[in-house]
Design a protein around this ligand. Structure first.
Ligand SMILES: [Zn+2]
Length: 397
């Protein structure tokens, strides 16, 4: 028995690490038993990240380890090494493109230390920090490959991934039966498969990659059942293969504890992006973050808030979750009882006086509560969330 990990094989030609991995698993000698394959999403700001920043791994039950290693060597040289140097297409054109630098690792009989997974999902990791494998191939990809098999699955979800026929790779459109998708979306355990706001499917990527669909579920049986139904549908194009992966998606593994802070300033920028200044740094609510942005815009100095998100740089938090703890009330000078004019302060702790009739009062302020747009936690809409983000409605703690 041992653990095999793979990462960074995205490219124009081969397109997707999950597909490369599927083909690799299909090629294994018949004496090797594949125990549930895993897909992990890693630190979203990693410099060398691939498109979805996903790495894959699997536990293998092996009788003849030498035979397996020989096979992996040959397979690596023939099918994976040629991917090296290809540039993967990105949906985000604003960052430097790194050529694919595939990596594969084999840990015989033990998994790498769990702390390496935590490190790789919550921060930038360098190649020198990767624990020593029993056998390893390639470069940068060894980071994700090792993190994938270091993961101990504290929290899990599942994803059924199907790949298109090779002659369809490179094309941007996909045929997945929308009626069946509506049915599987209504299964209690499936999630993020359809956007109810827009009435559109969320399971099919838009780019040229080999993936036909990725259908998520909270339990393995539902992932299998939903994947099977989608593939059996007449209006779904034929797939070259499919597998159910156990994943760290929707686990919040990328987040640390949430932070409470007091709002010092709220700055709404063009396009609706919003910067909340607090004593714990600047918290950013992006224009596409829906309710998070809406709540951020509503905030005023003095409000106490709690937030969670990632810090790509020190002192900056990209909000993924936000809630109001308490709102600083509206404060105005009192209205004069005689002539309904707004009174004016006479100086610190001197009370107020009516500018018209000179009536005095000791009350410096009248306060009215502000009603927040949301009573509790908010997060961005489905299509703007990270793969790792756990839906707040699951907070069954
Ligand atoms: Zn008055």
């Amino acid at each position: 028995m041992g653990w095999l990990g793979l990462d960074d094989t995205d490219s124009l030609k081969e397109g997707c690490t999950t597909y490369t991995f599927h083909l690799l698993l299909e090629s294994l000698p018949p004496s090797v038993t594949v125990v549930s394959p895993r897909l992990v999403r890693l630190w979203p700001f990693a410099q060398h990240r691939t498109r979805g920043n996903a790495a894959v791994g699997v536990e293998l039950i092996v009788d003849d380890e030498q035979e397996l290693l020989k096979h992996l060597d040959t397979y690596w040289n023939q099918h994976i090494l040629p991917i090296k140097g290809n540039i993967s297409p990105s949906e985000h054109d604003d960052r430097t493109q790194y050529p694919a630098d595939p990596g594969m690792v084999w840990f015989s009989s033990h998994q790498p230390d769990e702390s390496f997974y935590t490190q790789a999902v919550q921060s930038e990791v360098k190649l020198e920090q990767v624990p020593q494998a029993d056998h390893s191939w390639g470069g940068q990809g060894r980071i994700g490959a090792t993190a994938a098999i270091a993961w101990r699955q504290q929290r899990i979800t599942w994803e059924a991934i199907a790949w298109r026929q090779p002659n369809r790779h490179g094309q941007k459109t996909r045929q997945v039966c929308d009626h069946t998708l509506t049915l599987v979306d209504s299964m209690p355990s499936t999630f993020l498969s359809r956007d109810p706001r827009r009435g559109t499917g969320l399971i099919a990527p838009r780019g040229p990659c080999p993936v036909l669909f990725g259908l998520r579920a909270r339990d393995e049986e539902s992932a299998f059942e939903a994947g099977k139904q989608l593939l059996a549908a007449e209006l779904t194009e034929s797939a070259v293969g499919w597998r159910v992966f156990v994943t760290n998606q929707a686990t919040d593994d990328h987040l640390s504890q949430s932070i409470q802070a007091t709002v010092a300033d709220v700055d709404i920028l063009s396009r609706g992006n919003c910067v909340i200044t607090t004593e714990s740094g600047k918290w950013l609510a992006f224009a596409e973050s829906g309710s998070v942005k809406k709540l951020a815009h509503w905030l005023r100095p003095g409000d106490i808030i709690e937030g969670n998100g990632l810090s790509p740089e020190f002192g900056v938090l990209h909000l993924e979750k936000l809630r109001l703890i308490s709102a600083h009330p509206n404060q105005k000078r009192p209205i004069c009882e005689n002539c309904s004019t707004r009174m004016k302060s006479m100086g610190k702790e001197q009370g107020c006086r009516c500018p018209k009739c000179k009536q005095r009062t000791n009350d410096a302020w009248t306060t009215t509560p502000r009603i927040p747009p949301f009573p509790s936690w908010v997060q961005p809409p489905m299509d703007s969330r990270r793969h790792l983000a756990r839906p707040i409605e699951w907070e069954d703690v």
